[in-house]
Ligand binder design. Structure first.
Ligand code: ZN
Ligand code: ZN
Length: 382
């Protein structure tokens, strides 16, 4: 079939919205018609080239990076199921899970679905079987982000990348739990394991960080200090449960001195748009003795340098942990978070600053770069 998609042909270029050829679903796969897709900052790393790999490495792995259909925060309706798919039916409402969960690998079986072995395919550009369903009209394979490609009216994705949701939930809000909400919320509640009464700092309050603020607040933190250079995001953070919002880490340091009598924050969560090793020392300076720094942000794949005082790390018994997908279990946590949304305890509507049609995707990403959006959402058919 033919569908319309936003195709990225190379780093540092605009998305091209055009018709593509989409193959029918193979074994274990599903054709989804998307109603909405969040515009996550992670997709931007293929535009800036932070996630671009050397061609010889790609050739060795048999991977493809460009052209690519980005987008991994989708909500849609099942239109067709491939052979062997019994747990989803035509008409089911689904959100994508940017990490698939097979349910059988050691990670899934031990309750760490965010680390599913199928994640090995996430950057391959292909489906799990190593082939493509997406092609240009002249027959060239098109890669997909996280085996999904939600910046398209339709996509064929593996069953393991989909979570069925209740059909009355608005998909233009529910799609946000496919990545940003769960990642931020889980960064606070799982990776940082925020406990009642703790002081938490969240660095960068965009679509992920705002949910780390919500998660820390729901977990009972006494103080939640949001750091963001954009005034609009600082104002918004207080709506999501931040007790304080400042523009820089230096301001947060001074504030922590007053609020905690110099003890600092038990938990610091880094959810900036692009993680930089040079800043880790500054972030660690906000962490209390025995406290934890959680690193959620995506960084340049090829960067190895970190500025960190190891004496301070050991003698103050601090820890530094990374997390993907907020250390959450998508099949458990996506429905759970949507339940919290339904009961009014998790804010999703307020995360959506603006909506766009697919044709306006380049404007949407420019607004993100300009700090105008907590989350921009593409609504198909709008
Ligand atoms: Zn994302
Ligand atoms: Zn698995």
């Amino acid at each position: 079939m033919r569908t319309r998609a936003a195709v990225l042909y190379a780093p540092h270029t605009d998305y091209v919205v055009e018709e593509i050829e989409l193959d029918p679903p193979k074994e274990g796969e599903v054709l989804v018609q998307f109603e909405a897709s969040g515009m996550c900052h992670s997709d931007e790393h293929m535009v800036t080239g932070d996630m671009a790999m050397d061609q010889e490495v790609l050739d060795m792995l048999g991977w493809q990076q460009y052209p690519i259909i980005m987008g991994h925060e989708g909500g849609g309706v099942v239109v067709e199921v491939g052979p062997g798919v019994t747990e989803l039916s035509v008409g089911d409402h689904v959100v994508t899970s940017f990490v698939p969960s097979c349910g059988r690998c050691p990670s899934c079986a031990s309750g760490n679905q965010n680390l599913c072995d199928m994640g090995a395919h996430l950057l391959s550009g292909h489906q799990a079987d190593g082939t493509s369903r997406h092609h240009t009209l002249d027959g060239k394979d098109i890669a997909t982000m996280c085996c999904l490609g939600t910046f398209a009216e339709h996509s064929v994705v593996h069953l393991n990348s989909l979570v069925k949701v209740e059909p009355d939930l608005p998909l233009d809000k529910a799609c946000l739990v496919a990545c940003g909400v769960t990642t931020g919320w889980g960064s606070a509640t799982y990776a940082a394991d925020v406990a009642p009464g703790e002081t938490v700092v969240v660095i960068g309050t965009g679509g992920v960080g705002m949910n780390a603020v919500q998660g820390a607040h729901l977990a009972g933190a006494r103080y939640v200090i949001a750091i963001d250079p954009v005034e609009f995001k600082r104002e918004q953070a207080q709506q999501f449960g931040a007790t304080h919002a400042v523009a820089t880490a230096e301001e947060a340091q001074a504030l922590l001195g007053e609020l905690t009598w110099g003890r600092n924050a038990e938990k610091v969560i880094v959810t900036v748009g692009e993680g930089k090793g040079a800043d880790v020392g500054t972030y660690m300076g906000l962490v209390a003795k025995g406290g934890k720094l959680v690193f959620t942000a995506v960084a340049d794949m090829k960067a190895n340098d970190v500025n960190l005082n190891l004496f301070d790390l050991a003698m103050q018994q601090k820890s530094l942990v990374g997390t993907i997908f907020g250390s959450a279990n998508p099949r458990y946590d996506i429905p759970r978070l949507l339940g919290l949304y339904r009961s009014g305890q998790l804010k999703l509507d307020e995360l959506v600053t603006r909506t766009y049609g697919l044709d306006d995707i380049n404007q949407g990403y420019q607004d993100m770069r300009d700090g105008k959006n907590i989350r921009g959402v593409i609504v198909y058919g709008s």
